[in-house]
Design a protein around this ligand. Structure first.
Ligand code: NZQ
Ligand code: ZN
Length: 381
């Protein structure tokens, strides 16, 4: 077991009506609020009004930045940061899924900086301060609500990168499972695929951390047991709650801050970011395609590790059976497992390869060669 440091400062408010605590939480930081949200789902499901009620009752002055897109782009971050800088924001309230909260994290770093938020990703800007961030989560998937990561795209350089800074931990996160009732079936399934992929990235790291393995198996089992019934009963509070908590636990670093050599492998996420960047596919859908393909290439290198996963999670014995069981599960919840199912044909192979090379795709532990890229792309088709 490796040495480790564990740190997570996010105060998580989980359950029915937790939004009632938002006004008090915001008041800790001042009066000027930047309210960041996405493409309008929060208008349709009533969450916008509930948030505004809290901010108004707490006497806040509110500036709004809406329209953050799925697979968010740096231009929106820079525009929102300029607004925040101009009006001297005390606090940011981000209401949405991973795209909104990730954007808000980078906005929080960029407001005190007179440059583009991309400088944080390129290493030119080393943030020493950030505007405090409060998250209200509306989609169970990424774990961003309790971690220090943010993923943003730069279409000019053709990069989609994840950045980490401890300043990006939300100060408070509000998770009401009923806020996810309105998430459509496809995005509910992509969220399940994403949380499972986070378990697998942790599992395929280097190092002997048996308790982490058991956390991985438990969270995967939650997803496998409660994901399918949730898709049949999208308004079931308890099922929404189980999946929401599983998604938070899958990337609040409890599996990765504890005795492995890295903080997860993350090679499959690097592949998935290329597919989102090129074809604007939802994050979870790129993972359900890329993970089985990556595991097929790794099967000859780490057969025992894959079989150990299969034994504990699916009750099977061989690497092939394990990968087959994972692929069947993704298919059963309606996630694509081949690029052709997402409308991407063989003619795109070379384009994908070139962007993988440009993004230096690979994991912290399992490095990938250009030959591996070609094999993985072929297996994704
Ligand atoms: O934009 P709105 O109108 O809000 O609609 C969104 C969007 O169209 C909709 N939605 C969200 N909550 C809803 C809802 N629709 C109905 N009812 C609700 N309650 O869902 C769509 C997708 O939203 P998005 O935020 O893009 O999804 P997700 O939470 O999966 O976030 C994906 C992004 O997070 C990054 C991904 O790469 C991707 O850019 N990730 C962030 C991570 C992190 N910060 O730790 C780790 C992940 O591995 C991931 O890379
Ligand atoms: Zn992910």
């Amino acid at each position: 077991m490796e040495n480790f440091v564990m740190y997570n400062p996010t105060r998580l408010h989980f359950g029915k009506d937790v939004i009632k605590g938002l006004g008090k939480a915001v008041s800790e930081f001042g009066n000027n609020v930047l309210f960041v949200y996405g493409g309008g789902s929060i208008m349709r499901n009533g969450i916008y009004d509930q948030v505004m009620d809290q901010l108004n009752a707490a006497g806040m002055t509110v500036w709004k930045y809406g329209g953050i897109r799925p697979n968010p782009v740096i231009e929106d971050v820079d525009e929102a940061a300029a607004l925040g800088r101009k009006h001297s924001m005390d606090v940011i309230v981000a209401v949405g899924g991973g795209s909104v909260i990730d954007s808000a994290k980078v906005i929080s770093l960029t407001i005190p900086y007179h440059g583009t938020g991309w400088d944080f990703y390129s290493g030119r800007y080393k943030p020493a301060t950030a505007v405090p961030l409060i998250a209200v989560l509306t989609l169970a998937a990424t774990g961003t609500e309790m971690n220090p990561f943010a993923v943003v795209q730069n279409r000019a350089t053709m990069e989609k990168l994840g950045g980490r800074n401890d300043l990006m931990y939300p100060r408070h996160s509000f998770l009401d499972p009923s806020y996810t009732f309105s998430v459509p079936g496809d995005y509910t399934a992509y969220g399940i695929a994403d949380l499972m992929a986070h378990c697998l990235e942790a599992y395929f790291d280097d190092g002997d951390a048996t308790l982490s393995d058991r956390f991985v198996f438990s969270i995967l089992q939650e997803a496998i047991e409660y994901g399918p019934p949730l898709l049949d009963h999208p308004d079931d509070y308890d099922l929404r709650a189980r999946i929401m908590y599983a998604a938070t636990a899958a990337l609040n670093r409890i599996m990765t801050m504890n005795g492995r050599k890295n903080a997860g492998d993350w090679g499959v996420h690097a592949i998935s970011h290329v597919l989102s960047l090129l074809y604007d596919l939802p994050h979870g859908a790129t993972l359900s395609i890329a993970f089985p393909a990556w595991m097929k290439v790794q099967a000859e290198r780490i057969p025992d590790r894959i079989a150990f996963l299969g034994k504990h999670v699916f009750g099977v014995t061989t690497p092939d059976e394990t990968i087959g069981a994972l692929e069947s599960f993704f298919s059963s919840i309606g996630c694509p497992v081949r690029l052709s199912q997402a409308g991407i044909g063989e003619d795109k192979k070379e384009e994908i390869l070139q962007v993988m090379i440009l993004n230096k795709v690979g994991g912290n532990y399992h490095k990938l060669s250009v030959e591996d890229y070609s094999r993985i792309i072929a297996l994704c088709m």
